[in-house]
Write a protein that binds this ligand. Structure first.
Ligand SMILES: [Zn+2]
Length: 286
């Protein structure tokens, strides 16, 4: 990706090196969208809230340690990508006569308290609607590289753009609406709704890439392949097979590799948000 001279977002809170982060309390009523690769790390999304309980007693450390050059480079990169999503979504909302409200990005290490409860890095990057913030432990990108083989800066950018996609779902009212519905149905149906939210966020990440390239000429040869490879290796079927040797389709909550690639590509190729029809499609069409 070409990012030379691109601005860095100022909507970033750096809590790296602070244990536990600020204590904001539990269960304020936000929606936590757990990360892309919980299973990969051997975690269970439900652990998020349990871990929160044990983190409440943690003493807060107030000084940050020194960061390595690689960590600083990743932080800068993430801030530039976030800035790109701000510009792109501001433009798209404007085209539809609306105003985009930018999210915050919180960088943390190990564990963090959020308006949606506490979480540890094991859940991967996530979005919390109560804070309108995405939470990112930059070590995730090293994990991605080591365990998934999904290298490349555009693949990292895709992960950030996916979380921003959940923020867009929040702004349009869809996120709250779908989460309310999820409370009233059984687990299998609830997982299906979750898959649709995730695939829509993948689609929005594709739309972002389309606009970012149009507005800033950011894509280089091979970038798209890297992002598509990333979408493939974070599919539920791929991750479950890797972790357990078999996959249980009823438990899928992010979508298969093929579905994730399909929706990302559709967004990328069309750059047209009206094509994001994951809630209108039948199961077969997804
Ligand atoms: Zn997601």
């Amino acid at each position: 990706m070409k990012l030379n001279g691109r601005r860095e977002s100022s909507n970033v809170e750096d809590r790296r090196g602070l244990s536990g982060g600020q204590k904001t309390g539990l269960g304020i009523g936000g929606i936590i969208i757990v990360g892309l690769i919980t299973l990969l790390m051997g975690g269970n999304p439900l652990d998020v809230l349990q871990q929160a309980g044990s983190m409440m007693g943690t003493e807060q450390q107030t000084t940050q340690r020194e960061f390595t050059e690689e960590e600083q480079a990743l932080a800068k990169f993430s801030k530039q990508i976030l800035a790109g999503t701000e510009d792109v979504w501001t433009q798209i909302f404007k085209e539809h006569g609306a105003t985009y409200q930018v999210p915050r990005m919180v960088l943390f290490t190990d564990g963090v308290q959020t308006g949606c409860g506490g979480a540890t890095s094991s859940v991967g990057p996530f979005y919390c609607s109560a804070d309108q913030a995405l939470y990112l432990d930059l070590s995730f990108f090293s994990t991605m590289k080591q365990q998934l083989g999904a290298d490349g800066d555009f693949a990292y950018a895709y992960v950030i753009a996916h979380e921003v996609g959940h923020h867009v779902e929040y702004l349009t009212g869809l996120l709250d609406q779908v989460h309310q519905k999820m409370q009233t149905v059984n687990e299998t149906e609830s997982n299906k709704l979750s898959v649709r939210l995730e695939l829509l966020a993948d689609f929005y990440a594709g739309v972002w890439a389309n606009y970012d390239n149009k507005m800033f000429g950011s894509l280089e040869d091979g970038d798209i392949e890297k992002a598509i490879n990333c979408a493939a290796v974070i599919g539920d079927d791929y991750l479950q097979k890797k972790a357990r040797g078999y996959a249980i389709p009823e438990s899928f909550n992010h979508g298969t590799s093929a579905q994730r690639m399909k929706w990302f590509k559709l967004g990328l190729q069309t750059g047209d948000i009206s094509r994001g029809t994951t809630f209108q499609c039948s199961d077969e069409e997804l």
